[in-house]
Design a protein around this ligand. Structure first.
Ligand SMILES: Cc1cc2nc3c(=O)[nH]c(=O)nc-3n(C[C@H](O)[C@H](O)[C@H](O)COP(=O)(O)OP(=O)(O)OC[C@H]3O[C@@H](n4cnc5c(N)ncnc54)[C@H](O)[C@@H]3O)c2cc1C
Length: 120
């Protein structure tokens, strides 16, 4: 939702990805804090965002910052594409919805009790 921009805000959140939207939403829900959420990309109300079966069509589109790596010797001097969401929702709007569980040593991050509380 886009509203008329006011002259000043208590908080400006830069980037409407998952993290930015959650932070802005939590702050706004307090009621007493005015929040401006700035997103460089568009609203993302297109089928490539709403239908996860075709998520890969977002890559290389206007919803992708289209970053690339430096030329890599291991890629025969080519640059690897580094997609990143440029749209409301950020990477969450263009990603593959894969729930990737941490493996091996990473599983100890946060501790066993915390994982159990989260149901992991
Ligand atoms: C193609 C792709 C596939 C993925 N697949 C999966 C998956 O299957 N499973 C999974 O768990 N994770 C996946 N991820 C990773 C996941 O989407 C990200 O880790 C997550 O979205 C990061 O959220 P974030 O809020 O930290 O950052 P981002 O989502 O990157 O949000 C940053 C936001 O800030 C905006 N922004 C940046 N600079 C400015 C500026 N100067 N002014 C205004 N706005 C700005 C960007 O446009 C973007 O919307 C994928 C990511 C991509 C790109």
């Amino acid at each position: 939702m886009t509203l008329p921009v006011k002259e000043s805000y208590d908080v400006v959140v830069c980037g409407g990805g998952a993290a930015g939207c959650v932070i802005a939403g939590r702050l706004a829900s307090l009621g007493e804090v005015s929040v401006l959420l700035l997103e460089a990309g568009g609203p993302g109300d297109v089928v490539e965002v709403t239908d996860p079966r075709i998520w890969m069509r977002n890559i290389g589109s206007e919803r992708d910052w289209r970053f690339a790596s430096e030329p890599c010797a291991g890629l025969n001097g080519r640059r690897a594409p580094l997609p990143m969401g440029r749209v409301l929702g950020g990477g969450s709007s263009v990603n593959g919805l894969v729930w990737a569980r941490p493996q091996g040593g990473l599983r100890s991050v946060g501790g066993r009790d915390r994982r159990r509380r989260l149901g992991l």
